[in-house]
Design a protein around this ligand. Structure first.
Ligand code: FES
Length: 74
């Protein structure tokens, strides 16, 4: 491991995506490595993105509420 390696961190954004920073490998369900469009990158948490698994900002348009109580209330 080099000195420039950053610890992977996933940050849950309020009513938004999962922000991924640091050295991390993203794979699909078959183990194929996906190259994120940019670093850091955001993974969709609302399910409405047209660019899954990445966030495209749609969560703002649909009024996504990411609190655990409201997500499970449907
Ligand atoms: S979290 Fe941003 S589009 Fe789903």
């Amino acid at each position: 491991m080099s000195d420039t390696t950053q610890k992977p961190t996933i940050t849950i954004r309020k009513d938004g995506p999962l922000l991924v920073t640091g050295d991390v490998t993203l794979t699909d369900h078959e183990g194929n490595v996906l190259e994120p469009p940019k670093l850091p990158f955001a993974l969709c948490r609302c399910g409405a993105s047209d660019r899954k698994p990445y966030c495209d900002g749609t969560h703002k348009n649909i009024g996504f509420c990411g609190t655990a109580a409201e997500v499970g209330a449907e």
